[in-house]
Design a binder for this molecule. Sequence first.
Ligand code: NAG
Ligand code: NAG
Ligand code: NAG
Ligand code: NAG
Ligand code: NAG
Ligand code: NAG
Ligand code: NAG
Ligand code: NAG
Ligand code: NAG
Length: 655
Amino acid sequence: MGLVLNIGSCLLLIVSKFYVSCETPTLYEYYTGDGIHSGLVGKSDQFTLNGKPFVIFGGSLHYFRLVPQYWRSTLLQYKAAGLNSIQLYLPWNLHEEVPEKFDFESPFLNLKLFLQEIQAADMFAIVRPGPYICAEWEFGGLPAWLLKDPNMRLRTNYKPYIDRVKNYWNRSLSIINQFQFTNGGPVIAFQIENEYFGSFWIEHSAEYLQLLYNITRNQGFRELIFTSDPGFIAQQLPIADIFPQNSSTYDVLESANLNMNSLESLLALKKLQPNRPLYVSEFWPGWFDSWHENFHHKYSVQQFEQEISDILFKANGSINFYMFFGGTNFGFMNGYRVVTSYDYDAPLSESGNYTEKYYKTREFYQKLVQIGKLPKTRLPDVPKARSTYSYGTILPVKMLSFESMLKHVDVYSKLSKPVPMEMLNRTSLYGQNFGFILYRVESKHPVQKYEVTGTINDRATLMVQCGTYKKAKVVIEDGQESFNETLTYSNETNTNHCQFDLLVENMGRFNDGVNMELQRKGILFGDIKLDEQTISNITIYSMDFTKTFLQKIDSDSTWTKSSTNPKLGNYFPTIYRAEMHINHIPQDTFLELPKWRKGNVFVNGFNIGRYWWVGPQKTLYIPGPLLKKGTNVIDIFELEQPGTELHFLDHAILE
Ligand SMILES: *[C@@H]1O[C@H](CO)[C@@H](O)[C@H](O)[C@H]1NC(C)=O
Ligand SMILES: *[C@@H]1O[C@H](CO)[C@@H](O)[C@H](O)[C@H]1NC(C)=O
Ligand SMILES: *[C@@H]1O[C@H](CO)[C@@H](O)[C@H](O)[C@H]1NC(C)=O
Ligand SMILES: *[C@@H]1O[C@H](CO)[C@@H](O)[C@H](O)[C@H]1NC(C)=O
Ligand SMILES: *[C@@H]1O[C@H](CO)[C@@H](O)[C@H](O)[C@H]1NC(C)=O
Ligand SMILES: *[C@@H]1O[C@H](CO)[C@@H](O)[C@H](O)[C@H]1NC(C)=O
Ligand SMILES: *[C@@H]1O[C@H](CO)[C@@H](O)[C@H](O)[C@H]1NC(C)=O
Ligand SMILES: *[C@@H]1O[C@H](CO)[C@@H](O)[C@H](O)[C@H]1NC(C)=O
Ligand SMILES: *[C@@H]1O[C@H](CO)[C@@H](O)[C@H](O)[C@H]1NC(C)=O
């Protein structure tokens, strides 16, 4: 038996043994202590959750951009900043990388586990399954295999597209639904589509959004549904035209994406949508970087404070930090031109270190509690930041030639025309999604001119071998164009075998923009010609650097000792291998590749991502859990010319 006294906000519990505890409730206890009657509601100026006033003070966290070993500790950092919810996108292109083969279990993709961790961290979840997510992510999260359909119309009510969405959402929602707030879980809201109204360049279809709404409801989701859009001041298509206010058929809240003129934008939104809470679902406390830019994007702490203050105290809105921690575009997962790091100049850095913005966020939380907008609930101390380590300099020891690599990839021979990677018949449903594609043609005598008509996406290297003649050249740096190359041979070349290889890199599909359907990669709508003759016997090698490929090259017998710097022009793309020995528990580190040019790095068979000397990013983040005690294998697929050293630093250089 005990006696319970309620003194102020503090619950005093006196049990029979005179043990006295004065406990602040957890967030979940505060909102659900007297049972669960209703979820998140946005029918007046302020949100309510289970009937109590609620302010969303949240942060985006993309589980697919963070090693799962760090999920829990990172969520704790969010919690310690005072954040009460986690906003998460779902990457369709990874959850269904191959049509009909769903993956919600592998590391990086275990959605159920991530939602459980959010609940264990005493936070709520706001899910954003897309289907299109933008996110500076390869193809905005859409599976590349959608493009195998030559008539595909993405983000529309085109039936084959909608059927695919239904099928994928059936799987996603069967997980999400179990975690709905009114089922005792953390999920309080669900976003349909992404920046749809704000994308002025797409043709808007009311029916498409209504279909997404209906699919969500028909598949059993009951919590709040919202959209997320930038640019209200100039918005051409008010949400009320598609989802009428006070409609009983469609109940949708529109939220805002911004990081300037916050008050003005929110007042514009208020006009479009009166009697509704204001929610900035994406407040950008920084920005992403793209290749060729000459600086790392920064957003000042001063503006950060000013805008947040306007959102929270002048507009009385809710906020979600996009990103609070950005993470990494591992593998081939960056959107077109986006660099590998997704540091975002966020309150937590790419390796989880604290920045000034983190502590400012915590101050905003304290202020919200002080003025009674947020309840005082139990909060952990700010955890210690992870440490990083400088593993020093190592050198490559072995190399594997381009020709050897080709033995381990899928080959499509005797094609009468070059096709882009998506059109290869891996099965009838899909071709190649990511990586590189090689087009090989041959001739029995030297030719003067090699030509490709049509379009090439994105970056192409031409490798020619004619007798003793051997040359490679990057013919398209970064673009989408046709090209022709006049080849000059030494007049001594006298051979009956010439080989012309065009290696095309898919640099990542645009995550946004007009005509996303034109994002097929490789040679599009064109031909390969030798001395004006169209070639109708083409061999395609699909170089997507799968796990299987990386395992196969391991046991290749043709690795040779690494040689020093071949001359630019004579160099064919090669894999260089270095080994790093670690004697203690591995820590996070940053790989700098001085004098290397362009390619991808693989650590113990994991694709860390792209590097490119053009910058601004100069180091690749390697999280400790991808390393191991003992010998670590570092493979570098270099396209142009290798450097001689690998430097492992204890800090990032994002420039
Ligand atoms: C959505 O469902 C409602 C019924 O709940 C129906 O009236 C409406 O036509 C559906 N919208 C679309 C685009 O199918
Ligand atoms: C998914 O589809 C199956 C089979 O039609 C159905 O039984 C199940 O209820 C669906 N789940 C959801 C969440 O829509
Ligand atoms: C919606 O309903 C509220 C209260 O029921 C009312 O004040 C408001 O004017 C209505 N809005 C529209 C657009 O009809
Ligand atoms: C926000 O709340 C404050 C105090 O409650 C009030 O004075 C102010 O008018 C509100 N702002 C808006 C835009 O509703
Ligand atoms: C983390 O940030 C602090 C403060 O900016 C800095 O002093 C420290 O060196 C950083 N640690 C790492 C590992 O980058
Ligand atoms: C793929 O298969 C289809 C149907 O058999 C065929 O029409 C098409 O030409 C094939 N494409 C390629 C690139 O082999
Ligand atoms: C080949 O490319 C050059 C420019 O690089 C262009 O001027 C020329 O017209 C092209 N020739 C053909 C046949 O496409
Ligand atoms: C080869 O070309 C060089 C100049 O390019 C010329 O001097 C030489 O005579 C040529 N040899 C033959 C066998 O044509
Ligand atoms: C097509 O090219 C391959 C080599 O690229 C060659 O082995 C084969 O004989 C050629 N087939 C025809 C029909 O020319």
